[in-house]
Design a protein around this ligand. Structure first.
Ligand code: CA
Length: 229
């Protein structure tokens, strides 16, 4: 099996060199860079594997790098942050980071987090195209169309819709959505799910009061249905 590629974006030379060496010992293929701009270019050329992103970078704010990464690639992103950075962690997770590690962390901890993130993204990385009524969700192309018209969708909305489409016709609890789509998500509650659901409804051109595809089942969860059935 090929070694997993890690794009390591860390401006502190000592930490970067230490982590690179440790990860290589743990059989990762590491490309380590010291700036956000370099990181973005490496991540774009290596969409496989995983990105480890330090949030405190000299050239571009780490959260902005994260936003740009999320807009460009599907690669899982693990953010590395300083201990007193709790608000950053919440923002990073809301911006689509897959997990985080708090400095100082060992290479072994990072290794465990990387494995967990890759396992989850493998589970979420659904290759099957799902059709529900006029909706077609294509995980490979990362597109959603409705009656042939392309719908704009942010990564988390896409994940949410994909998950619901995979389980179309069944009520999915908010708890399940939290576990599957926001694992380890700290500072994230059912309210976050509600917000994302309302964004998703807007994308689909419907409302909670007048549902078409997306139906809330009070106290239980939500389900995506084919309205023509
Ligand atoms: Ca830093």
């Amino acid at each position: 099996m090929a070694w997993t590629h890690v794009t390591l974006i860390e401006d502190n030379t000592e930490i970067r060199e230490f982590l690179s060496a440790s990860l290589r010992r743990l059989k990762y293929d590491v490309t380590a860079v010291g700036s956000g701009a370099q990181g973005l270019s490496v991540a774009a050329s290596r969409p496989d594997g995983v990105v480890v992103l330090d949030l405190g970078l000299p050239d571009i704010d780490g959260l902005d790098v994260l936003k740009m990464l999320r807009a460009a690639v599907q690669t899982p992103v693990l953010v590395a942050t300083a201990r007193d950075d709790e608000s950053h962690i919440v923002r990073a997770l809301n911006l689509g980071a897959d997990d985080y590690v708090v400095k100082p962390f060992s290479a072994e901890q990072l290794d465990a987090r990387i494995r967990a993130v890759l396992r989850r993204s493998g589970e979420l990385r659904e290759e099957t195209v799902h059709s529900v009524g006029g909706l077609v969700i294509d995980p490979r192309a990362h597109t959603v169309t409705h009656d042939g018209v392309l719908l704009e969708m942010r990564p988390k909305e896409f994940q949410l819709l994909s998950y619901l489409a995979k389980h179309a016709g069944r009520v999915v609890s908010k708890d399940e959505l939290l576990t599957k789509l926001w694992p380890n998500a700290y500072g994230i509650s059912e309210k976050t799910i509600d917000v994302h659901l309302s964004w998703l409804r807007r994308r689909l051109g419907e409302t909670a009061a007048a549902p078409y595809y997306l139906h809330s089942v009070r106290g239980v969860g939500v389900k995506l249905i084919d309205p023509d059935r």
